[in-house]
Design a protein around this ligand. Sequence first.
Ligand code: EPZ
Length: 420
Amino acid sequence: MHYLSIEGKQKLQGSVSISGAKNAALPLLAATLLSKNKINISNVPNVADVKTLLKLLGNLGASSSYDNNHVTIDTTTVKSACANYDIVRKMRASILTLGPLLARFGHCEVSLPGGCAIGQRPIDLHLKALEQMGAIIELEQGYVVAKAPDGLKGTTIIFDKVTVTGSENILMAASLAHGTTKLVNVAKEPEVVQLCEVLQNAGVKIDGIGTSQLTIVGSGGNLLDIQDFTVIPDRIEAGTYLCAGAITNSKITITNVIPKHMEAITLKLERMGFGIETTNNSITISPASKILPADIETTEYPGFPTDMQAQFMALCTQADGTSIIDERLFENRFMHVSELCRMGATVKLKGHSATVGGNSELNAADVMATDLRASSALILAAFVAEGTTKVHRIYHLDRGYENLEGKFSALGAKIERLEE
Ligand code: EPZ
């Protein structure tokens, strides 16, 4: 096992190039199960979750290669429709194979993803929507056993809650269904939009892209001709680096980004007193004369992203005043709080609300990562702490951040990956 050793009281400088979005790459790789041809995908982030999904697709019979952020994948050789537990338990996003496998083969077995550190994370909305499309869903020994022998049928589906992977699963299923599907209260995240665009380029008629209502005309079971594509930049990785510049009061630039995808993040940083300059594919953050406290409520896109909540909490410990953070999407996404408090932060939790004291002198400590984004919050705190912090269980980080210590070192951080 490895840990990260991070020296505190650091300044950063220079620019960092942002990788492709993990949360775009995962549904897009699952969508290749709908394809009748080999596909070339560029800007695929070199992160553990992508490798895990490629392994799962390989176990199903697909052939793929990964080289220098480029994936070539051919799923025409897929024979099995059973995504087994030992991979799914490692990555809940494997549930994204459910819709495509069922639509393509008319039956599939996908292990129920366990919960995870940030919450129970049910998939009831995915399953209910597939049943509405005519699927017979049974839960057997921890597996979702789904059947649709006559194929899936288009219908109107109103999601009780906005669900990102739920929207993606049903969008992929609807692309091969018989007839037209109308999705209401569908997620609008940029990652969902890119999936719509790739499916549309493959010949699927989709109206309402980017809105909360989609109409999809299914191919009636015919596989799609998916065209080569490039994964969009990771807005959460990008936001994490902006927070690193902010918390160290440094001027840094992030490149290969789509500023439009990050408006909730950059607006919040400006409200906290930081300077933000954008071009069409880069953002530069400049120090705040005084970091102002924030009032944050996480919500679905285009609102403030839950995946940036932990990082902003670390930043708020340095604000000149008390901040309030309401986590509205997940019931347990405050796992980073206890570790931040061990470093000297003062955070009070009451239900889904956190009160974050400002002007905190943080001290280095041995801390434990618990989930992907909580880990990055601990790294940000370590940059301003007195002394050298050790962040353990960094396999959580490796799931979603490509070459993190390499990128931070290039910005001047003293950070290294060491063996426990
Ligand atoms: C996606 O997870 C992201 N993962 C998450 O990013 C992100 O935090 C989340 O969306 C919210 O933006 C991927 O895209 C791979 P949801 P997802 O379904 O789809 C409830 C990261 O750090 N819900 O939108 O699993 C659920 O419990 C990860 O990269 C149901 O009740 O999230 C939650 O409270 C973490 N029933 C809310 O909806 C369902 O069937 C939103 O969840 C589905 C969801």
